[in-house]
Ligand binder design. Structure first.
Ligand SMILES: [Zn+2]
Ligand SMILES: [Zn+2]
Length: 302
């Protein structure tokens, strides 16, 4: 009784607690939101990041926006448990905490860390070039992280060696990014202005989770990609009744989820606008189970 009152009080005060992580551990497959916000400064929401828990271990990390480094710790996730880091695109609200995650990561993990991201075009480098510009031991912004790309581990610096993959965003069909230990991850290029961007689908233990990332929702192939997912995470980035060249309106988010026939829709990457109005607009098009995302929130996938 007293415990449940304390839990309720913590929820009311929006104090992140390790209880969220505990509920993820209790499920065979669960998705945890590390950052439910977008690029705007927000008291309660870190920028975008998601963690997939499989058999009580944090296995797949999707995106690493600002604040996700702290949330990763609060979730009690372990670097040594990760099978894959999947980056959707190179907007800072999706990737800016990556150097923080990797700095001195060799102390927490010995095995190479698989990491994947999108191919490039004239407005963004391909993912291997992005990493090289950050971490190259001679020309990178963080030369001390050179070991992540194969330099000799120094006494004063370093990071775990990365196993870098790149996904061609122009391919019409999904690409397989990871296929091991009963976990399959595929990726599909999606429209997000002219910035190369990927959605990811994780299939494991007879369930599937799709992470839409930032997109306009105008690629019909994405609906096929998300078809029948047990959980679909989509981004509610703009207000009801608005349009934007980078993001889907709440109405489009609802329509995509409805058309894909998903088991549950989670909305995340939530901007600072009238959320109730946005949800009301979305619900005109989507009639299934809906979760409004929050940092450290854990949703069982079943
Ligand atoms: Zn974003
Ligand atoms: Zn973006």
């Amino acid at each position: 009784m007293i415990r449940s009152v304390i839990v309720c009080l913590l929820a009311l005060l929006s104090i992140p607690s390790s209880a969220s992580a505990q509920s993820c551990v209790a499920n065979p497959v669960a998705v945890q939101i590390l950052g439910s916000g977008g690029p705007a400064i927000n008291r309660d929401r870190a920028s975008t990041s998601y963690l997939l828990w499989i058999d009580a271990q944090a296995k797949i990390l999707v995106d690493m926006g600002g604040g996700a480094f702290l949330r990763f710790g609060q979730a009690q996730a372990k670097l040594s448990d990760l099978s894959l880091v999947a980056i959707s695109h190179l907007h800072p609200d999706h990737v800016s905490d990556l150097p923080a995650l990797l700095w001195l990561s060799h102390r927490a993990r010995k095995d190479q860390l698989p990491i994947a991201g999108p191919s490039g075009n004239d407005v963004a480098p391909g993912f291997p070039m992005f990493l090289s510009r950050l971490f190259d031991e001679k020309n990178g912004a963080f030369q001390v992280l050179g070991p992540t790309l194969g330099a000799t581990q120094g006494q004063l610096g370093g990071g775990v060696r990365l196993d870098v993959g790149v996904v061609d965003v122009t391919k019409a069909e999904p690409s397989t990014v990871f296929d091991k230990q009963g976990v399959t991850v595929t990726a599909l290029g999606i429209p997000h202005g002219n910035l190369p961007t990927l959605a990811y689908r994780v299939q494991t233990r007879d369930v599937s989770i799709v992470l839409s990332s930032d997109q306009t929702g105008t690629n019909p192939r994405f609906v096929e990609f998300a078809r029948g997912a047990n959980v679909l995470v989509m981004h509610l980035a703009i207000a009801a009744g608005t349009i934007n060249p980078l993001h889907a309106s709440p109405a489009v988010v609802g329509r995509v989820a409805q058309d894909a026939g998903v088991g549950r829709l989670i909305v995340s990457h939530i901007g600072q606008f009238d959320l109730d109005a946005a949800i009301a607009e979305l619900k005109k098009f989507y009639t299934g189970p809906l979760t409004v995302g929050a940092d450290l929130q854990c949703t069982p996938v079943q």
